[in-house]
Design a protein around this ligand. Structure first.
Ligand SMILES: [Zn+2]
Ligand SMILES: [Zn+2]
Length: 427
């Protein structure tokens, strides 16, 4: 007998198919069977009145710390956090310990993801061996094993010749090359944005130029290699200008932003609270405005979290020594509602597009839509329900989250992955 699930009366938002209307979604044997007015007796019926029914959310930038730092996060704990936050697909970054740099490593991440049975777990592979920026990693084998992109995230590839070789090599597999744009020459041992505030606080700074110089360089390189390029977590007004110009020239470039670069500025570092120590660093109010303007203009392709869990004991170190990062996967949607919907920068369909259809396209997977015959990854959201972010209720193993105690809107009610309900609020 067919396994059927009917989601009734929700506001169905499916940007890839231009749908935004009150209707029903029928799932049969794990696949989307129909979207419209559906009268049918099924085993399971979900009443979605007053709720949004969207393609499952996709976060193409998370750190699950496995292998190597399982006390901070595992693929199992990260996957549980993902579905609790409405994410039906995530992309792990390869800067684990050891890094993901060959076929076996990619298969390991996939296997752990399947075993967790929560969200779809994808991974990017490292661009260079040990992420040292010298010798290319086994990109071909990793692409064959299903890596959805390459990056040395946490670090940019410094040598332009190595980067050009990587871009040309990746073009043979049609896999995106992503970059943590940061020229170490301008970043040195910086721990926050370089400028007036870093001087006052006596902390070494990371100049906006560190990001912009590498992004500018990479834009020159992609003109010489026919490959899709993705700028990770852009954070400065100058980067926005570079992306705008590159897109105007029809270069195959995409970019992403994080919630923290929209919600905080460098001034948050004033109390030396290490929960605000991130890489790239929190920038100025002018940069935040430029990022928001870029989103409004349609220059930004994906909203990610850059979920970066860390041990409390490490984040309690002094600002200079503490690791970079915020654990934010579990409140990602609510943060974007606060940063983008509440001030009127995006409406719901606009937001959902940047969390489903467009990120799916960047990593080249047939997801992010409710199209007929697609795997039934669906998120049901109560757009008006408010909730308090409470790190003690996180499924994530880490608590390094400056949003603790914030009240946000946009609560995930149900997360359906491959037709199975993998998360239900309050149950
Ligand atoms: Zn990064
Ligand atoms: Zn990252």
């Amino acid at each position: 007998m067919a396994n059927e699930l009917l989601i009734k009366n929700g506001r169905v938002i499916d940007p890839a198919n231009g749908i935004d209307k009150k209707c029903d979604v029928l799932v049969v044997n794990g696949l989307i069977s129909d979207v419209g007015k559906i009268e049918k007796k099924t085993q399971t019926v979900i009443d979605a009145s007053g709720k949004l029914v969207t393609p499952g959310l996709i976060d193409i930038h998370v750190h699950f710390r496995e292998p190597g730092d399982e006390e901070e996060e595992t693929i199992a704990s990260g996957s549980a956090a993902a579905v609790a936050a409405g994410f039906t697909s995530v992309v792990c970054m390869p800067n684990t310990n050891p890094p993901i740099e060959n076929e076996t490593d990619v298969e390991y991440i996939h296997r752990k993801g399947r075993q967790a049975r929560k969200t779809h777990v994808y991974t990017m592979g490292a661009i260079t061996k040990q992420r040292e920026g010298v010798e290319l990693a086994e990109m071909g084998f990793m692409a064959e094993a299903g890596a959805v992109g390459f990056t040395d995230d946490g670090r940019g590839v410094q040598d332009p010749a190595v980067m050009l070789r990587a871009l040309k090599y990746a073009s043979m597999f049609d896999v995106v090359v992503a970059q943590h744009c940061q020229d170490d020459g301008f970043a040195a041992d910086g721990v926050m944005n370089a400028g007036f505030h870093s001087t006052v606080l006596g902390l070494p700074g990371i100049d906006a130029l560190a990001e912009e110089a590498m992004l500018w360089r990479d834009i020159q390189l992609i003109k010489k290699a026919n490959v899709r390029y993705h700028a990770q977590h852009i954070s400065t007004a100058g980067s926005v200008e570079l992306i705008r110009a590159a897109k105007k020239n029809s270069l195959p470039i995409s970019c992403e932003v994080t919630p923290h670069h929209l919600l905080f500025t460098e001034e948050c570092c004033a109390e030396y609270d290490t929960n605000y120590k991130v890489n790239p660093p929190l920038r100025t109010a002018k940069d935040v405005e430029a990022l928001k303007e870029a989103i409004k203009e349609g220059l930004v392709d994906a909203l990610v979290t850059d979920h970066a869990p860390h041990l409390q004991s490490e984040k309690e170190l002094e600002f200079l020594a503490a690791p970079f990062g915020i654990a934010s996967l579990e409140c990602g949607l609510g943060l974007y509602v606060k940063a983008l919907i509440e001030p009127g920068i995006l409406d719901w369909p606009g937001l959902i597009k940047l969390m489903t259809e467009k990120p799916a396209r960047i990593i080249g997977v047939a997801k992010g839509t409710l199209g007929k015959g697609r795997q039934a990854d669906v998120t049901i959201i109560d757009p008006n329900a408010e909730y308090k972010i409470d790190v003690d209720k996180f499924c994530s193993r880490s608590r390094n989250c400056p949003y603790h105690g914030w009240t946000v809107r946009g609560k995930v009610e149900k997360t359906i992955v491959g037709g199975e309900i993998r998360f239900s609020a309050g149950g």
